[in-house]
Design a protein around this ligand. Structure first.
Ligand code: FMN
Length: 338
């Protein structure tokens, strides 16, 4: 049988499919079901910096540490009771998930600035998490903050979390950075053992009748995978650590593309919400079938085969492709007009 095991965060995983942070894993029954369906690891939903700061006795310290945007933003944030789990409940959930499952449990912290809340990383480690995924969700809304300052703030956070625990820390980032290769290199220097590409950006929608701005969450489609493939393919071979791809992975073909771009694993959420947890076993069966038919002995041997450093013609990853795509489109348009 083709070997589909993959190495991620220094851990040998049974396969390439990791369950992304989603409320589905808030149930221990679902966690067991995910393992039975073939999930190689599970990322739990996030604990948020704002929640931890509010819960924590270090709130004053956090508020007085000079991060004005943070202090200001607390005024607009949900009440403590609006968060899905208290931090104590979360620690208990990590312990129960560890007991229930034989696969790695990755806890998730979600924040943008370092502060007293970072100490919860240690508590999560002590509760038994095999790794921590740190979701760096920072939105630049302050005209006076430079890109370099914002990036430094995130690097400081990664360093602070990585130094406080022994388990590996993966960093989930958004696509909105000017130089992703540079940033990812710096994230590694700050202690990240993997980058997770990418956070989805939940843009609020407008209600033009009530003149309200409303949060909106929709599930992904496979078209969201393309920018992730592009950046994984560029980063592969330039990082010492691993690359995980999340966003738009729905099928075995998507998994293969992600690995061929350079990913070690994929993290799936939307497809499991849409098709159910058993979707994992269907994707794995399709994946094995595809690899066996083409006589691959392992999935790992395909890793990075379509990365920028592996393909003979790198132009699809560069500016040349952009120009070619736009030029060919306008030619087709001209023909259609006649
Ligand atoms: C309902 C829902 C809740 C989510 N909650 C979190 C979360 O707490 N923390 C996090 O880092 N990502 C969260 N995500 C993002 C997913 O982990 C995943 O990265 C993203 O949805 C892209 O994968 P997909 O295309 O398979 O959905 C959530 C996604 C969904 C659909």
């Amino acid at each position: 049988m083709t070997d589909i095991s993959m190495q991620y965060l220094g851990i040998k995983l049974s396969g390439p499919i990791v369950v992304a942070a989603t409320p589905l894993s808030e149930s221990i029954d679902n966690i067991r079901h995910m393992e039975d369906a073939g999930a190689a690891a599970i990322v739990l939903t996030s604990l948020f910096e704002e929640q931890l700061a509010l819960e924590s006795r270090t709130l004053d310290e956090d508020l007085s540490r000079g991060t004005e945007s943070f202090a200001e933003s607390l005024g607009y944030l949900p009440e403590l009771s609006d968060y899905r789990m208290t931090h104590e409940g979360y620690l208990e959930h990590v312990r129960r998930a560890r007991e229930a499952a034989g696969i790695p449990i990755i806890a998730s912290l979600n924040g943008a600035t370092k502060g007293g809340w970072v100490r919860f990383a240690k508590e999560i480690e002590e509760a038994g998490a095999h790794a921590i995924e740190l979701n760096l969700f920072a939105l630049a809304t302050d005209r006076s903050q430079t890109s370099a300052e914002l990036e430094q703030q995130l690097l400081d956070l990664v360093e602070s979390v990585s130094k406080s625990v022994k388990v590996p820390v993966a960093v989930k980032i958004s696509q909105s950075f000017t130089s992703l290769p540079y940033l990812c290199g710096r994230l590694e220097e700050s202690g990240a053992k993997a980058v997770v590409l990418f956070n989805r950006f939940y843009q609020p929608d407008f209600d033009i009748e009530t003149l309200e701005v409303r949060p909106s969450l929709h599930f992904s489609t496979p078209s969201e995978l393309l920018p992730r493939l592009h950046w994984a393919a560029i980063l592969f071979g330039h990082l010492k650590g691993d690359i995980a791809i999340t966003g738009g992975v729905h099928s075995a073909e998507d998994v293969l593309k992600a690995v061929m771009a350079g990913g070690s694993v994929v993290e799936m959420a939307s497809a499991l919400h849409i098709h159910g947890i058993d979707h994992i076993s269907r994707v794995l069966a399709d994946l094995r079938y595809w690899l066996e038919k083409r006589e691959y002995t392992s999935l790992a041997e395909t890793r990075g085969c379509l990365s920028r450093r592996s393909v003979p013609d790198t132009s699809p990853y560069d500016r040349g492709n952009y120009i070619k795509t736009l030029s060919s489109y306008s030619l087709r348009q001209t023909v259609a007009a006649f």
